[in-house]
Design a protein around this ligand. Structure first.
Ligand code: DBV
Length: 253
């Protein structure tokens, strides 16, 4: 069992129990990708497995699970709400590289005004504070990414794998449970101005993440540029494609 498999199993079991999940399409050829890297005794298979689901409130629930031996494990798990909800994104980036672990966990906000924070950050601050004691701040991260995180951003670089298996796993469970409570309570937004604001905020977030995906280098090395760009824009951060597809076709107008 690899490091992040229990995280994935927990998430999928909980989601299935709490939400009416249906599958979300994964572009053909991207469900699972394998490549042998290195030479001689250093040969290692790097396998990337994708998962996609949706619900009436959540446009895309998706995970990318990279398994490449003890020194390369990644679970990137993001939930993108439908565009008529003001819900934050659920964002987990759980990364193990030869240099150590890097953990990012947040409910990534659409807006930063106080009403929004009151609704979506305030309730989870106690959870954040509880886990932060064991998971100290991970230090600088790109300045331009700051607008995409909330004050409850759990960002840490544990030295010990044991910390990932215990405190990080508990924090992941608590954030996901809290997120599902927000989802349960969320009401659709009918106001067209508010919906425009949500659409713009979602676009900003997704285009930033697609453009600056920190895994781009890794994926390109393993699987090549063509596969990687299609994976990023056609699956991991696919909002633009989704909007193109759901726009009424000109021919039918
Ligand atoms: N990150 C992704 C996806 C990944 C992934 C889809 C499927 O968004 C993995 C894989 N993240 C990944 C890897 C690294 C990071 C780092 C492999 C290590 C890159 C390296 O060291 O070579 C949060 N992830 C990071 C970093 C941050 C995040 C802050 C450190 C980046 C740095 O220091 O330059 N999550 C990540 C992020 C946002 C987010 C940047 C922005 C909104 O939500």
């Amino acid at each position: 069992m690899t490091l992040y498999q229990p995280f994935l199993d927990y998430a999928l079991t909980l989601l299935e129990e709490k939400l009416p999940l249906t599958s979300y399409p994964i572009p053909p050829g991207f469900e699972q990708k394998e490549q042998v890297t290195g030479t001689g005794k250093r040969q290692q298979v790097v396998m990337t497995t994708s998962y996609g689901y949706q619900t009436p409130k959540l446009r895309q629930i998706r995970a990318a699970h990279v398994q490449g031996g003890e020194a390369l494990q990644v679970l990137n798990f993001v939930i993108f709400p439908h565009l008529n909800y003001d819900l934050p994104f659920f964002g987990a980036d759980l990364v193990t590289l030869p240099g150590g672990h890097l953990i990012a966990l947040d409910m990534q906000p659409l807006f930063h005004n106080s009403a929004y924070q009151q609704k979506y950050t305030h309730p989870i601050l106690p959870i954040f504070q509880n886990y932060q004691q064991h998971l100290p701040w991970g230090g600088d991260f790109p300045e331009e990414a700051h607008p995409f995180f909330s004050p409850a951003f759990l960002w840490t670089r544990p030295q010990e794998t044991e910390v990932v298996k215990t405190h990080v796993f508990e924090a992941f469970k608590a954030y996901l449970q809290a997120y599902l409570e927000f989802v349960e309570q969320a009401q659709p937004i009918d106001n067209s101005e508010q919906r425009q604001d949500i659409l713009q905020a979602q676009k900003r977030y997704v285009s930033y993440r697609a453009e600056k995906d920190p895994a781009r280098g890794m994926f390109t090395r393993f699987y090549g540029e063509e596969w990687t760009e299609e994976y990023i824009h056609g699956f991991l951060f696919d909002l633009e494609r989704y909007l193109e597809q759901s726009a009424p076709s000109r021919r039918r107008l």
